[in-house]
Design a protein around this ligand. Sequence first.
Ligand code: NAD
Length: 522
Amino acid sequence: MFMSHLYRNQKAVSALYNKNMFHFSKVLPNFINGEFVQSKATQFFEVRNPATQELITKVPQTTEAEFNEAVAVAAEQYKSWSQTPLLERQRYMFAYQDKIRKNMDKIAALITAENGKTLADAKGDVIRGLEVVEHACGISHIIQGETIENVARGVDTYSYRVPLGVCAGIAPFNFPAMIPLWMFPYAITCGNTFILKPSERVPNTSQYLMELLNEINLPKGVVNVVHGGFDTVKQICEDKTIRAISFVGGNKAGDYIYESGAKHHKRVQVNMGAKNHGVFLPDCDKEDAINALVSAAFGAAGQRCMALTTAVMVGETKNWVPEIVEKVKELKLGNGAESGVDVAPLCYADLKKNVLRLLDSAVAEGATLPLDGRSFVHPKYPQGNFVGPTVIDNVKPHMTCYQEEIFGPALCVVHVDTLEEAIELINKNQYGNGTAIFTKSGSAARYFQNNIECGQIGINLPIPVPLPMFSFTGSKRSFGGDLNFYGKNGVKFFTQFKTITARWKKDQDAGYKVSTSFPVMK
Ligand code: NAD
């Protein structure tokens, strides 16, 4: 009902953006038991197009009764879904990856409409999520258990990985497709049922992903979507049925979810904020490194948890700042739906205010702005949440713009004399999501790799987000929990061990005698 006739007659991806082709629900329904159902909400969040401020849809704050109904449906469906053979569950993922692939342009256009990012970037958002769905098609070797025969005489021990029950996901705004797809495909292929709370800023993409689940005839109630803000998060954390929570977002929300989820006896994984440093050694391939820096700092207008937001210029590379600035100046700002755009508007107006606050603080605290985008107004989209690309030079670690995540099109530049100083700077930073080094020296790269306290390291590449045969291994204050997202860890997160110790005695074997001492294997 929501978007099934949405994209008729489309010719090109950018044509999908034409507002006449989007028939968004005025008020977004929840997705419960395979049906799109309107909420009886009295409170709503507005979703506006980031370039035009056009009201796209209103998102309900799901009521307590509706939330409870979604959980009850998921718990009921768990009984049969958890008993569905793994190969059958994987087959749904095979069908799903095909659906996503075929509808990639539509999903990308939808992402651009509500998140604002460029269509090319939105396509990347879908592809990185799709890779996780593809990986979920083949988890059988990861989900296998362990066995020891004859662990004692006549006794065997074997462990199965079994699902947890009803699991939940809470998603951020910056990857409307990829991050929900980090969550429910693994959870359900492992045999769990799922409650998803998309970001209230970009809920339409998740809604469409649910339409595609219906199109592959996934049993009703295996995945459910409840919309809302903090109240829904609180309900998820405190619910007695939900067994695990996957969260991606900022540290304030992540800390709350980690603490409250754990307090309410749930398994929790939280991927949180970041400050990613790129270290530039004088011997690196200069042009390649500057291109990588500019792409990774300003792509998605800096709204990526793996954006390379801080350049650490070592030694004589301090002289490269004017060239970096010239390269940044070439970036074209515009509506993400239009071709040739490099930097789109920020997703929502309050984020723009926060970015401007941090840029102002940089000036007030003594940094310099060789490129200042604070007053940029797009002539065609004067209402858009644009901030012009900004380079903040001479940043010092105590400055607010360094301490806080900017999440906008701004690059901090710090100068140091040696690689050791660069490593010390990065290791002192609270975050550990990602970092990168640019050098032609294998030994310098190896020294960096061995001494840096960051979970994901790029060597001569800027955004080292691992593919799902690995896991997303942010660390320090960028991650809370034990088991990371996707890959082997993703499967482990959504399963638990059940261990059986069995003794089958032969008729002639002696039985146990009564013994009150602790059993010891013989
Ligand atoms: P956010 O924390 O504002 O929102 C994320 C989710 O939490 C939303 O669903 C929202 O409804 C909910 N929420 C918001 N405030 C809350 C609160 N106080 N208590 C409980 N729940 C709350 O994050 P965002 O602005 O949507 O996303 C940007 C942040 O996410 C950045 O910090 C970015 O670095 C981080 N992020 C991290 C990763 C990663 O893998 N490490 C990936 C993407 C984004």
